[in-house]
Design a protein around this ligand. Structure first.
Ligand code: C2E
Length: 663
């Protein structure tokens, strides 16, 4: 760009000097002089040319004048040229500094994609020196993943010769990546072979990172809004959302789901004795243990303190929930590691079911809570399904408790009896005594309403003994009346088993009433028995020693361990009626009932099925080897007089008026 190009000589050199044909003035010049003058002119030595010409022919005035004009013209042209060059130089340097100080990386490439030029921003951005850029393919600055895309877009520029590609991932020399928008524009050119393109690379890393940070922050905020900071479980807000969704799904697809409230037993003691820090460690460990037990579809949340809640979606049967809950309680049998020590913690669980216990969020939550509270009251470390009787309000409950105490004094309790029969012959083989409270205002109340209350109030021992005695006396009375009822089964609260005097008190009753101990059977509910296993074995052994028989009630809902079951001095398994209800309609229940019967027999127990309501159920059971049963098919629970009337009339063969009553 710095070379000077003198104006074309042919336009300014006096024709006399260049023309071969001599004019009137040039003819006098010798060839030699002319050549030398020309050479001097070409060398811009005007003084020499002038001297040569004057010496050759001093009369050549015109020629010399022309020469001077030519010299003046040349000098003007030269000045203009110099100024033009100066301006070009300035313009180039302005462009160069503009190009290099642009905050945007600009790279000029040729038709092949080879880099022709790159500004300073591009050099800094790619950490490359200019020499590295030159003759490098532009594509090498782009990551493999995006390269083909860019090349294809470059080959399909818009009609205005540009294309914009957002967020292309470029690769820097040190192999790190950055994200930038890429604008490609063709530089107008007359000759396609020298076509160039300018690629503007607008670094978007900051914006992308900021967007990423924003997304992360909003995700984090969302997480915090929906999770409990201590345990990482869902929090109350999230739980309510999920429960609402679960409710909608259950309504739409007519499914059942369960809500479990779980509260740690004596958590306050941990906090008070070991400190809040350790309490927090325990809560985190409990959260981890609980999380391991649930399926992906289920939700577990911490509502605060030591209160956890689980939504079990789509549960076909309550007994699956019982199975799940037993697994949960089982998980609590392993010690927690707190402050380098092993620590045992138990939990109380309450369960409500959609739709049985409520069809709206508030009702389900309240009822699961009530059921949990009930578990706490009945000895903790266990679970309860919600029962309508639990929902008696605080005031009503107070009244009822008061009434229950009075009822004990006034002896308002009585027994209903439900026959137990031989499934083959239909013969009466025993009765189950079921307690009723003849409330002066409310009429006959069922045991689920008042037995737990009696347990809470510490009245169950007295009530239980009264029922046993009442039943034994009734057996003797039937004997007297000539109705032989071979066996009396009475329910025993597991609370009663805790009392060391119980065996002696039962022995006293048997003695007082005169009933043969072999005709008395005591029933204990499986799930409750299993929760007090070690204590129960001792108590049951002592009772067994009296000569009475023992039955395990509601079998199948408590998930006893077989090894433990074998150690119990039991005579009878009573299959829970929830397994009987769908017999012959639900193959699962068929197989469960079949398995329980086989299990009972293998363990050497008699097996009795509860809740038989249809002939098909009875036939299925007897076909599977279950010999005994009870249920509405045979009789509802009834008063002693009703039973006597009914069974004396319908089962004459069992009337043995003269048989020794207590044989
Ligand atoms: N759907 C249906 N139900 C049937 C059928 N056959 C009998 N039942 C009901 O099933 C329950 C059987 O008693 P359980 O399992 O020992 O369950 C008893 C027992 O655990 C407890 N209970 C009853 N009396 C006493 C008692 O004197 N002491 C103690 N500790 N608990 C008692 O209360 C529970 C409930 O007793 P009830 O309300 O009398 O309810 C009785 C009975 O009425 C049937 O075919 N279909």
């Amino acid at each position: 760009m710095t070379d000077r190009h003198p104006p074309s000589k042919s336009s300014v050199i006096p024709p006399e000097l260049t023309q071969a044909t001599a004019t009137s003035t040039s003819t006098t010049l010798t060839h030699d002089v002319r050549e030398r003058a020309l050479a001097a002119l070409r060398a811009h030595r005007f003084d020499l040319a002038e001297a040569l010409l004057s010496s050759a022919d001093p009369g050549q005035e015109v020629l010399i004048e022309n020469l001077r004009i030519y010299q003046a013209e040349l000098e003007i042209q030269n000045d203009e040229l110099l100024q033009s060059q100066q301006r070009t130089q300035e313009s180039l340097s302005r462009f160069s500094s503009f190009f290099n100080t642009l905050p945007i990386a600009e790279i000029v490439i040729d038709r092949q994609g080879l880099i022709y030029e790159a500004n300073l921003t591009a050099q800094r951005l790619f950490r490359l020196r200019p020499t590295h850029f030159h003759q490098h393919f532009f594509g090498r600055l782009i990551t493999e993943a995006d390269r083909a895309n860019v090349i294809s877009a470059w080959g399909n520029l818009r009609s205005d010769g540009t294309v914009i590609l957002p967020e292309v991932r470029f690769r820097v020399a040190d192999d790190t990546d950055f994200i930038a928008d890429l604008h490609i524009a063709s530089i107008p050119s007359l000759d396609a072979s020298t076509q160039h393109y300018v690629c503007a690379i607008i670094d978007r890393t900051e914006a992308v990172q900021q967007r990423q940070r924003l997304r992360e922050t909003s995700e984090r905020l969302d997480y915090l809004a929906h999770h409990d900071a201590l345990t990482g479980l869902a929090n109350r807000a999230c739980f309510q959302e999920r429960l609402e969704q679960c409710l909608q799904r259950a309504k739409r697809y007519q499914r059942q789901f369960a809500l479990l409230f779980l509260d740690l037993d004596r958590f306050k003691e941990v906090n008070d004795t070991l400190g809040h820090h350790i309490g927090d460690v325990l809560l985190r460990q409990v959260a981890a243990v609980l999380s391991q037990q649930i399926r992906d579809v289920d939700t577990i949340a911490r509502l605060g303190g030591d209160e956890f809640v689980i939504i079990l979606e789509d549960v076909p049967e309550p007994r699956f929930i019982a199975h799940f809950v037993n697994r949960l309680l089982e998980a609590f049998k392993a010690p927690f590691q707190l402050d380098g020590r092993e620590f045992f913690v138990t939990a109380s669980i309450g369960i409500s079911l959609y739709p049985d216990d409520g069809t709206d969020l508030e009702t389900l939550v309240r009822r699961a809570d009530i059921a949990m509270y009930q578990t706490k009251k009945s000895g903790r470390n266990g679970f309860n399904f919600f029962a309508p009787t639990m929902s008696v309000g605080a005031v009503e409950r107070l009244h009822l408790e008061h009434d229950l105490r009075l009822a004990m004094q006034r002896n308002e309790f009585m027994l209903y009896y439900q026959p137990q029969v031989d499934l083959h012959s239909g013969k009466l083989i025993g009765v189950e005594a079921l307690c009723r409270w003849q409330h002066p205002q409310m009429g006959v109340l069922l045991p689920n309403l008042f037995i737990p209350m009696a347990e809470d109030l510490g009245l169950i021992d007295e009530l239980g003994l009264r029922m046993v005695e009442m039943g034994c006396r009734q057996m003797m009375a039937w004997d007297q009346a000539g109705l032989q009822v071979p066996r009396l089964a009475v329910n025993l609260s597991v609370r009663e088993l805790e009392r060391s005097q119980l065996p002696q008190q039962i022995a006293d009753i048997l003695q007082r009433t005169g009933l043969n101990p072999a005709r008395l059977e005591l029933e204990v509910t499986e799930s409750k028995l299993m929760r007090h296993a070690d204590m129960a074995i001792q108590a049951l052994n002592a009772l067994r020693a009296l000569g009475i028989t023992l039955a395990i009630d509601d079998f199948g809902t408590g998930y006893s361990s077989l090894s433990y079951l074998k150690r119990l001095p039991l005579h009878r398994l009573k299959i829970d009626r929830s397994f009987i209800r769908d017999l012959t309609h639900d193959v699962n229940d068929d197989s469960i009932a079949r398995a329980i019967i086989a299990l009972g027999h293998n363990l050497g127990f008699e097996v009795l099925a509860e809740g038989i309501e249809s002939r098909e159920q009875a036939e299925f059971l007897s076909g599977e080897g279950c010999l005994e049963g009870q249920g509405y098919l045979y009789s509802r629970p009834m008063t002693a007089d009703e039973l006597q009337l009914h069974w004396q009339a319908t089962l004459e063969p069992h009337l043995k008026p003269n048989a020794p009553p207590n044989a």
